[in-house]
Design a protein around this ligand. Sequence first.
Ligand code: 13P
Ligand code: SF4
Length: 303
Amino acid sequence: WPVYAPYVHAINRIKKERGAVILAHNYQTPEIYHCVADIVGDSLQLAREATLVEEEIIIQCGVHFMAETSKLLNMDKTILIPDQRAGCSLSESITGADVRLLKERFPGVPVVTYVNTSAEVKAETDVCCTSSNAVAVCESFESDTILCIPDEYLAMNVARQTKKKILTWKGHCEVHERFTAAELMAYREADPTLQIIGHPECHPDVIAICDYAGSTAGMINYVKDTRPSRVLLVTECSMASNVESEVPDVEFVKPCNLCPHMKRITLPKILDSLLFMTDEVTVDPAIAARARLAVERMINLKN
Ligand code: 13P
Ligand code: SF4
């Protein structure tokens, strides 16, 4: 921690001078999450918070689609991401042209798109969803069939909780697809009291073993509310590191996987971002207007 102190002090001072706010996803490293972030949360919480902040500059500590979502909702604000190469395998699995082809193939079928997508894809979408509201968003349509894209496993997990026919795409999260049911069963057999909680981007066979599945915020709340003596978070590594200091009575078992994109964001890059106003995230205004509708419809749904 002492190695981080000069960066933490400098970031917090310059952030105030500039009138900037730092939004950080739950997968950011503890020194970002605990020491410089003003607001932390899952994708839905960050999207909601982005509509409420008063500061003119938002530093988005997360991946590119999250910064784009903040931009869509705040076109007149400056949105900075400390490293614009911070991508996402789900976001990169599909393009706007792919969605147009799907709509031609399945005319009239509502398109629900996971927020882990580019603005171009969101612009082709009826409404966005996150892992915490995907079932409710799909159920909000009268249609019996829904296109829930691009995360195949999230869609399969949604399909288990609704009577609707869910069509999907072959996108996967490169972090969550690495967890296997066999791996988790071995932990379960070694300690039957172990609580296993997972993210819905995991394969349904993995989720079937979990005691709880939900968004990153849902997982954190579950641990804080239920205080299991031992818990395994089936998700990105920083989650356990971020929560464990807040629940010292809980032991975390850690067969985690790292998200290389989230890990591109570091304290030195956040400081550079504030000093040099980099990397600025921009979105074509015509695409932004259509994409914003899809995000706003999600935010306005009562869930
Ligand atoms: P959450 O919306 O649950 O925070 O998930 C975002 C994400 O990228 C998970 O891999
Ligand atoms: Fe994308 Fe997976 Fe990384 Fe989340 S953990 S940002 S879904 S690659």
